[in-house]
Design a protein around this ligand. Sequence first.
Ligand SMILES: *Cc1c(COP(=O)(O)O)cnc(C)c1O
Length: 378
Amino acid sequence: MTDAKSPQARKTILLTPGPLTTSDATRAAMTRDWGSRDADFIDLTARVRKRLEAICNAAPSHTCVPIQGSGTFAVEAMIGTLVPKEGRLLVACNGAYGQRIAAIAARLGRAVFKVEGPEDRPTDLVRLEQAIADHQPTHLAAVHCETTSGVRNPIDDIAALARREKISLLIDAMSSFGALPLDCDALGCAAIAASANKCLEGAPGLAFVIARTSDLERSKGQAPSVSLDLHDQWRGLQANGQWRFTPPTHVLAALDSALEQFIAAGGQVARLARYSENCNTLISGMRAAGFETFLRDEDQAPIIVTFRVPNDPAFSFDAFYDALREIGVVIYPGKITDAETFRIGCIGAIGKSDMSYALDAVSAVLNKLGLRSGGSAC
Ligand SMILES: *Cc1c(COP(=O)(O)O)cnc(C)c1O
């Protein structure tokens, strides 16, 4: 289905970490208006929550609390609501999103500690265990796929460690939810935060936290924010099925449609298979064009790939980006602290033919810019 329409017929392919390419059906779901108090909108909200819960085996221990805004809003709501004032949060950092969690916790006035590792490596369990011994945290925050580099962190092992140490685990699964397996029951995590517009292929503007119900119950009055209070948002939904404040009606309808397509296509397993094929096509094509990946293959999640900028003074990322953009392929700048890189995403309503189109576009642009390859041997 994804490949039915030629990429050339589309205006743009977004090979970014989100917002990303959505399907025609998902965009079409946004053409009607909804009254936020209507019974059918209340049903829509309940259905989306259930479908999100099903993806990570949430019920009956965990429940989905949607929140207006981008993914960071959900992360901030999760930290603010679930880490109490007297709590101690340890953040496993190997990229910008882990650093962002630590910055959020500090801003919220929570005691926060970081265990920092290199951006090109998954979180090191030995160092994490040592940091737990050093800081005695009540909560641990981890990023599943660190979108900064595209590295996949060992979330099952991190969760096992948190269970053993009896620490509440808060997971930022923004760029993995729906694509990589996540099982609330098996992980025993306190909460998972994610958003509509990454691997679920919805429109941006809606995020959610899937939290342990007993933790939500205990968190009344804990959040230092009114709008980002997950406990109150949850209680509001429980009371009458309605959102406390203006819901992103069209975005929710788009997500409902995207989830229906997700289920029809075979759920998380099928999504992972499609993204893996996209990722393999991308990496082998870019290597053939002379580019080098930043990560080792075994650490790479099939979500977004970081490439090193060619060691050629003639290469300019802006010129490369603009020339690709002109022919309908949108890539992303790098975010690595101490290496010159750029990123190309594998996620969105795209398939192998889109990746091949993008690779052809890269070759055409290298030629146009007078670069012989993506490598240093020019
Ligand atoms: C995209 C992303 C976020 C949130 O980003 P927003 O721009 O606020 O939607 C947080 N964590 C990770 C790992 C992400 O990939």
